[in-house]
Ligand binder design. Sequence first.
Ligand SMILES: Nc1ncnc2c1ncn2[C@@H]1O[C@H](COP(=O)(O)OP(=O)(O)OP(=O)(O)O)[C@@H](O)[C@H]1O
Length: 255
Amino acid sequence: MVAETPLLCKICGANAVSGRGNFLCEIHFCEMVEKKVRAHIEDQNLILNNEHIAVALSGGKDSSVLLYILAKILPEFEGVKLTAITVDEGIPNYREETLTYAQELATFLNIEHRIVSFRENFGAPLPDLLKKRNVSACTLCGVLRRKILEQETFSMDVPKLATGHSLDDEAETAMMNILTANIDAIINTASPNSGKESLRIKPLSVLNEHEIALYGILKGIFHEFPECPYAGPSLRAEVRQIFLDLETKYPKITG
Ligand SMILES: Nc1ncnc2c1ncn2[C@@H]1O[C@H](COP(=O)(O)OP(=O)(O)OP(=O)(O)O)[C@@H](O)[C@H]1O
């Protein structure tokens, strides 16, 4: 039997934790991830000195990694303050766990954390709001969540709201806009400073899901949470599957 040769970090020769043609050890992989995010923030002027940035923290892997990395690189920006905001949609057997985790992470990172709920803003949790409307759960949830996040951001006089959207999310959105011939959205995606979008920043949009998940695992901030009970068939889910299928043929398709 031939022993398998361990894959080695291309920088220091230690055992590699990441593959896909980019072999790096734990230290160099994490450095690479942070460097990519920092470079994106600087190139696009996503964060400027003395800004107060709101971070949309669901407690899921992407926004948890976002908060962790922003907290880590924060000292490099003069006078920048972070406030995490979590929206409690009131989805039973789902949101409670991520909410607790979001609280724990914000406390661990010593970052101010606000929890805002559908109940206090719209009078009822999502399941009750759905009873009165003939609309899909994800559509209503997404619209109301964005509304609360925007309100909170403005009420705090915060110029920017950071979300944990990844490169995969951005690729899926671009593909969905093409498939639905949503010309306005295609133009807005191409120009980050247009309209209301100027308030939104997506510092993780240079990282693919593999990089975010691995970074989260290595930093001990990755948690498996139950899937949202309302998650079901959707155009986004189908587009995601198309990308996954393509990735097996063309591994570098999302970075
Ligand atoms: N309940 C919430 N409270 C605050 N922010 C949220 C909430 N849900 C989503 N977001 C923000 O919107 C982004 C995109 O949400 P979405 O549910 O599409 O993504 P996701 O890939 O599951 O992200 P995550 O892993 O952070 O939950 C999240 O990364 C987060 O920044």
